[in-house]
Design a protein around this ligand. Sequence first.
Ligand SMILES: Cc1ncc(COP(=O)(O)O)c(C=O)c1O
Length: 395
Amino acid sequence: MTQHPTEPMAEQTRPEALPSAMALLSGRAAGVSSFNRRRALQGLVMGTAGLALSPLTMGQVEIPPGQIRLMFNENPYGPSPKALAEVAKILPKTSYYPGAIEDDLMGLFMARHQLDREQVFLASGSNEGLQAAMMAFGKHGKVISPTLTYSDHLHYAEKLGVAVHRVPLRDDMAIDLEAMARAVDDSVSLVYLCNPNNPTGMAIDGDELRSFCREVSPRVPILIDEAYNELTDKPAYTSMVDLVRGGANILITRTFSKIFGMAGLRVGYGMGHPDIVSVVNDNVMAWRNGVGLYAAYHSYLDEDFIAFSRDKILQGREMVNATFRRHGIEPLPSQTSFVYADIRRDADVFKAKMATRNIKIRGIYEGYDTYSRVSMGRIEELEIFDRVFAEVYAS
Ligand SMILES: Cc1ncc(COP(=O)(O)O)c(C=O)c1O
């Protein structure tokens, strides 16, 4: 399983805390008795990375009892009940590779955005599309990215030899489009932007981004990660899909992990210039998850669920904003399912203190030592967060 450097895995599944599979098989793991070894091997056979965890707490999708999980940008209200009902019908047929559902799902994107078949692609989570684009373009030159941004695919590509040049944010924590445009020269093969940005939550103004894209995209392709677009104040204005429709040298990635609440099902998609889409398709590695595609198809059509999901996330966002403000902290203006704020103390220490109260939030990112990120949980979980935050902040 690919783990996100920016999105740490649940404590109980961290590989460094576990003996390696080879060590377990050979009995070399320190302190592993034959009994424990047997149980650990059972864990491996059951599809986990390791130790004797009960089946109910194994894996990343199971949450330990009582834990309030505000550290990943998940949507606890998903998946759509209609989609789940449809998925139940397809499960008995999963001995077969997925077929027409791929075209059916892409047909929905084409109809919604008035795009041709060559302008859309599917991936196993948007991260896979991002990684594929990074590798495909990054081998021909540098990738330009803001400093503080979603970085899983950037780290992945760097490990495989791609050079990523980071452009600092402005003082107001906005992405510095002017500096990014200035950084583009002949050595650059791709520009990456996350809009709205993670972890700041801030969206780039639609018109400013349009002029940046018009200026820069004729020289170099632009990859825009729109994972949170559906949660922005004005999704159509904020998205650059109109430029894709007009044939610009742009690739947009979207995901079913956020507003659709399907992070565990791994479905993402992209929309872009046919030449970019074709290159990315050639670099995507995983075959599609048929169950995920069915769920995505029916979620995409479930307008009631999408509206419900958005309402709950926006309501939660206001609650988290209010929690911060009650303590004199002004959060950054988020248009996403998380809030980022300068809590004026060490963010890792604060995160650890919250964790002892069973509330998981994010700590330090990329040198922003006093900023915390809090993702949306259920409303009742955010009420508990509010209470615990007050106690821990006062301690
Ligand atoms: C901005 C952004 N892009 C992409 C992803 C990856 O999402 P997925 O691979 O689940 O579609 C995330 C996940 O947190 C994200 O925050």
